[in-house]
Write a protein that binds this ligand. Sequence first.
Ligand SMILES: [Zn+2]
Ligand SMILES: [Zn+2]
Length: 246
Amino acid sequence: MTQPSMISPEERTPHGPPCLADSCHRGLLEHELANEQVLCSRCVHLVNVWLHVELPLQIVVLEGSRQRETTGASSGGRTAYRTAPLPGRDDVLNLLGPAAWSDRVRDAHGQAHADQHGPVPIAGVLIPWVRLVCDERRWNPPTLTPQALAQWLGRPSLLDWASRRPWAGEMRDELDELMRTVRCVTRLRPQRRPVPQPCPRCDNLTLVETDHQLYIDCTTCESMYTRDELALAARIFAAELAAGAA
Ligand SMILES: [Zn+2]
Ligand SMILES: [Zn+2]
Protein backbone atom coordinates (compact mmCIF):
# COMPACT_ATOMS: atom_id res chain seq x y z
CA MET A 1 0.00 0.00 0.00
CA THR A 2 1.19 3.50 -0.83
CA GLN A 3 2.42 5.48 2.12
CA PRO A 4 0.20 8.56 2.43
CA SER A 5 1.81 11.96 2.72
CA MET A 6 2.21 13.36 6.18
CA ILE A 7 0.75 16.75 6.87
CA SER A 8 2.43 19.29 9.07
CA PRO A 9 4.27 16.60 11.05
CA GLU A 10 6.25 19.19 13.01
CA GLU A 11 3.06 20.93 14.05
CA ARG A 12 1.46 17.80 15.39
CA THR A 13 4.33 15.67 16.64
CA PRO A 14 4.90 16.13 20.34
CA HIS A 15 8.57 16.56 21.16
CA GLY A 16 8.88 19.06 23.99
CA PRO A 17 8.57 18.61 27.76
CA PRO A 18 5.27 17.02 28.79
CA CYS A 19 2.04 18.92 29.22
CA LEU A 20 1.64 19.57 32.95
CA ALA A 21 -1.72 17.80 33.28
CA ASP A 22 -1.51 14.27 34.68
CA SER A 23 -4.56 13.38 32.62
CA CYS A 24 -2.71 14.27 29.38
CA HIS A 25 0.41 12.63 28.02
CA ARG A 26 1.33 14.91 25.18
CA GLY A 27 4.61 16.71 24.78
CA LEU A 28 4.43 20.45 24.34
CA LEU A 29 4.83 21.67 20.76
CA GLU A 30 7.21 24.35 19.59
CA HIS A 31 4.58 27.06 19.30
CA GLU A 32 3.18 26.13 22.73
CA LEU A 33 6.63 26.46 24.28
CA ALA A 34 7.14 29.77 22.49
CA ASN A 35 3.87 30.88 24.05
CA GLU A 36 5.29 29.80 27.46
CA GLN A 37 2.46 27.31 27.93
CA VAL A 38 2.74 24.54 30.50
CA LEU A 39 -0.63 23.15 29.42
CA CYS A 40 -0.94 21.97 25.81
CA SER A 41 -3.37 23.68 23.45
CA ARG A 42 -5.48 20.55 23.21
CA CYS A 43 -6.03 20.61 26.98
CA VAL A 44 -6.88 24.31 26.78
CA HIS A 45 -9.39 23.52 24.06
CA LEU A 46 -10.86 20.64 26.11
CA VAL A 47 -11.31 22.82 29.19
CA ASN A 48 -13.00 25.47 27.03
CA VAL A 49 -15.39 22.87 25.56
CA TRP A 50 -16.16 21.39 28.98
CA LEU A 51 -16.90 24.73 30.61
CA HIS A 52 -18.59 26.49 27.70
CA VAL A 53 -20.49 23.71 25.96
CA GLU A 54 -20.78 20.44 27.83
CA LEU A 55 -21.12 21.51 31.45
CA PRO A 56 -24.01 23.95 30.76
CA LEU A 57 -25.82 21.11 28.94
CA GLN A 58 -25.12 18.68 31.76
CA ILE A 59 -26.44 21.22 34.29
CA VAL A 60 -29.71 21.48 32.32
CA VAL A 61 -30.04 17.69 32.57
CA LEU A 62 -29.23 17.73 36.30
CA GLU A 63 -31.78 20.51 36.92
CA GLY A 64 -34.40 18.56 35.00
CA SER A 65 -33.73 15.45 37.00
CA ARG A 66 -33.92 17.36 40.29
CA GLN A 67 -37.23 18.88 39.25
CA ARG A 68 -38.72 15.55 38.18
CA GLU A 69 -37.83 13.98 41.47
CA THR A 70 -39.06 16.77 43.70
CA THR A 71 -42.32 17.50 41.86
CA GLY A 72 -42.99 13.78 41.42
CA ALA A 73 -43.15 13.46 45.18
CA SER A 74 -46.95 14.04 45.53
CA SER A 75 -48.45 16.56 47.95
CA GLY A 76 -46.40 15.03 50.73
CA GLY A 77 -43.58 17.10 49.28
CA ARG A 78 -40.30 16.90 51.09
CA THR A 79 -41.13 14.00 53.37
CA ALA A 80 -42.16 11.84 50.40
CA TYR A 81 -38.70 11.71 48.93
CA ARG A 82 -37.04 11.65 52.29
CA THR A 83 -38.63 8.31 53.03
CA ALA A 84 -38.06 6.92 49.52
CA PRO A 85 -34.96 8.42 47.99
CA LEU A 86 -34.58 7.70 44.31
CA PRO A 87 -31.30 6.25 43.11
CA GLY A 88 -28.80 8.91 42.19
CA ARG A 89 -30.90 11.64 43.75
CA ASP A 90 -28.33 12.56 46.41
CA ASP A 91 -25.64 12.82 43.76
CA VAL A 92 -27.79 15.21 41.71
CA LEU A 93 -28.48 17.38 44.74
CA ASN A 94 -24.82 17.32 45.76
CA LEU A 95 -23.64 18.39 42.31
CA LEU A 96 -26.14 21.25 42.10
CA GLY A 97 -25.57 22.21 45.71
CA PRO A 98 -24.43 25.68 46.66
CA ALA A 99 -20.84 26.46 47.53
CA ALA A 100 -19.46 29.49 49.26
CA TRP A 101 -16.54 31.62 48.15
CA SER A 102 -14.51 30.25 51.05
CA ASP A 103 -15.79 26.65 51.29
CA ARG A 104 -12.61 24.94 50.28
CA VAL A 105 -9.06 25.85 51.04
CA ARG A 106 -6.00 25.04 49.01
CA ASP A 107 -2.91 24.04 50.89
CA ALA A 108 0.61 25.07 49.95
CA HIS A 109 0.62 22.46 47.17
CA GLY A 110 -2.59 23.74 45.68
CA GLN A 111 -4.41 20.66 46.95
CA ALA A 112 -8.09 21.29 47.56
CA HIS A 113 -9.89 19.86 50.57
CA ALA A 114 -13.54 19.13 51.07
CA ASP A 115 -15.06 17.40 54.04
CA GLN A 116 -18.29 15.96 52.73
CA HIS A 117 -19.56 12.72 51.31
CA GLY A 118 -20.59 12.23 47.71
CA PRO A 119 -19.59 14.46 44.82
CA VAL A 120 -18.46 18.00 45.58
CA PRO A 121 -20.88 20.58 44.14
CA ILE A 122 -19.95 21.81 40.65
CA ALA A 123 -19.71 25.31 42.10
CA GLY A 124 -17.46 23.95 44.83
CA VAL A 125 -14.97 22.64 42.26
CA LEU A 126 -15.06 25.82 40.15
CA ILE A 127 -14.93 28.44 42.90
CA PRO A 128 -11.37 27.78 44.14
CA TRP A 129 -10.07 28.19 40.58
CA VAL A 130 -12.15 31.29 39.97
CA ARG A 131 -10.92 32.67 43.26
CA LEU A 132 -7.30 31.91 42.39
CA VAL A 133 -7.66 33.75 39.07
CA CYS A 134 -9.41 36.68 40.76
CA ASP A 135 -6.61 36.89 43.33
CA GLU A 136 -3.85 36.79 40.72
CA ARG A 137 -5.55 39.17 38.28
CA ARG A 138 -7.20 41.36 40.92
CA TRP A 139 -10.55 40.87 39.23
CA ASN A 140 -14.04 40.93 40.68
CA PRO A 141 -15.66 37.51 40.96
CA PRO A 142 -18.65 36.50 38.82
CA THR A 143 -22.00 35.29 40.19
CA LEU A 144 -21.51 32.03 42.08
CA THR A 145 -23.95 29.85 40.12
CA PRO A 146 -22.39 26.84 38.39
CA GLN A 147 -23.37 28.22 34.97
CA ALA A 148 -21.90 31.67 35.56
CA LEU A 149 -18.72 30.23 37.06
CA ALA A 150 -18.23 27.87 34.12
CA GLN A 151 -18.81 30.62 31.55
CA TRP A 152 -16.43 32.92 33.37
CA LEU A 153 -13.62 30.40 33.85
CA GLY A 154 -13.97 28.87 30.38
CA ARG A 155 -13.34 32.05 28.37
CA PRO A 156 -10.62 31.44 25.76
CA SER A 157 -8.72 34.62 26.70
CA LEU A 158 -8.66 33.60 30.36
CA LEU A 159 -7.64 30.02 29.52
CA ASP A 160 -4.85 31.26 27.27
CA TRP A 161 -3.43 33.12 30.24
CA ALA A 162 -4.11 30.23 32.63
CA SER A 163 -2.22 27.80 30.34
CA ARG A 164 0.98 29.62 31.32
CA ARG A 165 0.39 29.40 35.08
CA PRO A 166 2.10 26.65 37.13
CA TRP A 167 -1.28 25.40 38.41
CA ALA A 168 -2.77 24.93 34.94
CA GLY A 169 -2.19 21.17 34.89
CA GLU A 170 -3.89 20.65 38.21
CA MET A 171 -6.87 22.73 37.15
CA ARG A 172 -7.26 20.65 34.00
CA ASP A 173 -7.02 17.41 36.03
CA GLU A 174 -9.61 18.57 38.54
CA LEU A 175 -12.03 19.68 35.82
CA ASP A 176 -11.48 16.35 34.06
CA GLU A 177 -12.47 14.61 37.30
CA LEU A 178 -15.52 16.86 37.66
CA MET A 179 -16.69 16.08 34.12
CA ARG A 180 -16.32 12.34 34.78
CA THR A 181 -18.37 12.63 37.96
CA VAL A 182 -21.09 14.66 36.25
CA ARG A 183 -21.26 12.25 33.29
CA CYS A 184 -21.55 9.31 35.71
CA VAL A 185 -24.57 10.91 37.40
CA THR A 186 -26.35 12.04 34.21
CA ARG A 187 -25.18 8.99 32.22
CA LEU A 188 -24.58 11.39 29.32
CA ARG A 189 -21.23 11.13 27.63
CA PRO A 190 -19.99 12.98 24.55
CA GLN A 191 -20.35 10.57 21.63
CA ARG A 192 -17.26 9.37 19.82
CA ARG A 193 -17.46 8.27 16.19
CA PRO A 194 -14.87 6.60 13.96
CA VAL A 195 -13.69 8.67 10.99
CA PRO A 196 -13.45 6.53 7.82
CA GLN A 197 -10.04 7.80 6.74
CA PRO A 198 -6.55 6.52 7.54
CA CYS A 199 -4.47 8.58 9.94
CA PRO A 200 -2.12 10.73 7.81
CA ARG A 201 0.72 9.97 10.18
CA CYS A 202 0.46 6.28 11.11
CA ASP A 203 -1.90 5.07 8.38
CA ASN A 204 -4.19 3.24 10.81
CA LEU A 205 -7.96 3.48 10.54
CA THR A 206 -8.17 4.72 14.10
CA LEU A 207 -9.25 8.35 13.75
CA VAL A 208 -12.07 9.30 16.10
CA GLU A 209 -14.15 12.45 16.34
CA THR A 210 -15.85 13.49 19.57
CA ASP A 211 -18.90 15.74 20.11
CA HIS A 212 -18.11 19.46 20.49
CA GLN A 213 -14.37 18.99 19.95
CA LEU A 214 -12.31 20.81 17.37
CA TYR A 215 -9.70 18.09 16.92
CA ILE A 216 -10.00 14.57 15.53
CA ASP A 217 -7.73 12.17 17.41
CA CYS A 218 -5.81 9.14 16.25
CA THR A 219 -6.12 6.55 19.01
CA THR A 220 -2.99 4.77 17.74
CA CYS A 221 -0.35 7.48 17.41
CA GLU A 222 -2.20 10.22 19.38
CA SER A 223 -1.85 12.75 16.58
CA MET A 224 -4.64 15.26 16.29
CA TYR A 225 -6.03 16.98 13.24
CA THR A 226 -8.58 19.60 12.37
CA ARG A 227 -11.23 18.69 9.82
CA ASP A 228 -9.50 20.96 7.28
CA GLU A 229 -6.22 19.13 7.71
CA LEU A 230 -7.88 15.76 7.18
CA ALA A 231 -9.68 17.02 4.10
CA LEU A 232 -6.31 18.20 2.74
CA ALA A 233 -4.67 14.87 3.59
CA ALA A 234 -7.46 13.01 1.78
CA ARG A 235 -6.95 15.17 -1.34
CA ILE A 236 -3.17 14.62 -1.30
CA PHE A 237 -3.67 10.88 -0.86
CA ALA A 238 -6.12 10.77 -3.79
CA ALA A 239 -3.72 12.77 -5.98
CA GLU A 240 -0.88 10.38 -5.14
CA LEU A 241 -3.01 7.37 -6.00
CA ALA A 242 -3.92 8.99 -9.31
CA ALA A 243 -0.26 9.81 -10.04
CA GLY A 244 0.77 6.25 -9.16
CA ALA A 245 -1.86 4.81 -11.49
CA ALA A 246 -0.83 7.04 -14.40
ZN1 LIG B 1 -2.30 18.48 27.57
ZN1 LIG C 1 -2.17 7.85 13.80
